[in-house]
Design a protein around this ligand. Structure first.
Ligand code: GUE
Length: 283
């Protein structure tokens, strides 16, 4: 393989999504509505702050509104839920994103569950997850949805393929596994306790890296001609895939940066516009 590996350009995919959204935002504004995403950041983790800032900036560039809520590192679960309840009740807010991870004293699951289903544009609630598992979600988790959007944009087949997902987190590995299954892939889900990981990854026609360990997926693990999607976002903009080594084996691969990340953000904006349209056009 190697010579003609297709670089899956997430920036191009995201630009297409955002161009479509700009027209929809304009129509909403004619109807007196500015789509609004509320982002909640708890604590002072610098990379989380960067991602949240990128989400707010992306809203601004599209003429959308964003409310950035920044809570202290000592915030309790009750205080966080009280903030979420206020945003749930606020008609000016269409989508709510609670940035993961939150400080350890907070019950993150309880906080996610507090988000009203109609505003769960990030697909983090149990009901949103269950709807997604049945292929019926209005707002599937953004990074999993971004991965499927990239595959579809490049017309890469999913049905009948063996997809190997490395990682099983509630907003990434687990939902993307179910979404690939719903598209008729045969799915293997690997994780930190998996035995014989390299052998399993080697069977993948599609490999999704969602582990959270820099450059973890090795080139020797990649089957010749596999499609590799890197959903990792480690310190220093390093993905979960050993990029050069996997590039040499893959038929197509997402880089980091400019792969899955920008499509994740565009998906979040799209879901927020969807939510605003539902409020205006089907109240
Ligand atoms: N509730 C929740 N939902 C999330 O969707 C969520 C989250 N929590 N916590 C953290 C991760 C991470 N994440 C990223 C999104 C975009 C880029 C991204 O666009 N990165 C740029 C580069 C970043 C840079 O230039 O610094 C790129 O890949 O091109 C990265 C990371 C969303 N996450």
């Amino acid at each position: 393989m190697a010579e003609n590996t297709l670089i899956l350009n997430g920036t191009t995919v995201a630009d297409g999504i955002k161009a479509d959204l700009a027209a929809r935002v304009a129509v909403l504004k004619e109807n007196g509505i500015v789509p609004c995403l509320a982002t909640i950041l708890v604590g002072d983790d610098p990379s989380s702050a960067t991602y949240v800032r990128m989400k707010g900036n992306a809203c601004a560039r599209l003429g959308m509104e964003s409310r950035r809520i920044h809570l202290g590192a000592e915030t309790t679960t009750e205080e966080l839920i009280a903030v979420i309840d206020e945003l749930n009740a606020d008609d000016g807010v269409h989508g709510i994103l609670l940035q993961h991870p939150v400080p350890h004293q907070i019950d993150e699951r309880a906080a996610f569950e507090a988000i009203a289903i109609g505003k769960d544009v990030d697909g983090v609630t149990m009901l949103g997850f269950a709807q997604n598992a049945f292929g019926m979600a209005e707002y599937p988790s953004c990074t999993p949805a971004a991965i499927l959007t990239i595959l579809d944009y490049y017309n890469l087949p999913i049905a009948g393929k063996h997809a190997v997902v490395v990682g099983r987190s509630p907003i990434l590995g687990k939902p993307v596994s179910l979404m690939l299954l719903n598209r008729n892939a045969t799915v293997t889900v690997c994780h930190s306790k998996t035995e014989g990981l390299a052998e399993l990854v080697r069977q993948g026609d599609i490999v999704v890296a969602a582990v959270g360990k820099p450059a973890f997926i090795q080139g020797e693990w990649i089957k010749d001609g596999a499609v590799v999607l890197d959903a990792g976002y480690n310190e220093g903009n390093i993905g979960d895939v050993d990029y050069e080594a996997c590039l040499a084996k893959a038929s197509a691969i997402t880089p980091v940066p400019a792969g899955v990340g920008p499509v994740t953000i565009a998906t979040l904006l799209k879901h927020t516009v969807d939510a605003a349209e539902r409020r205006v056009f089907q109240p």
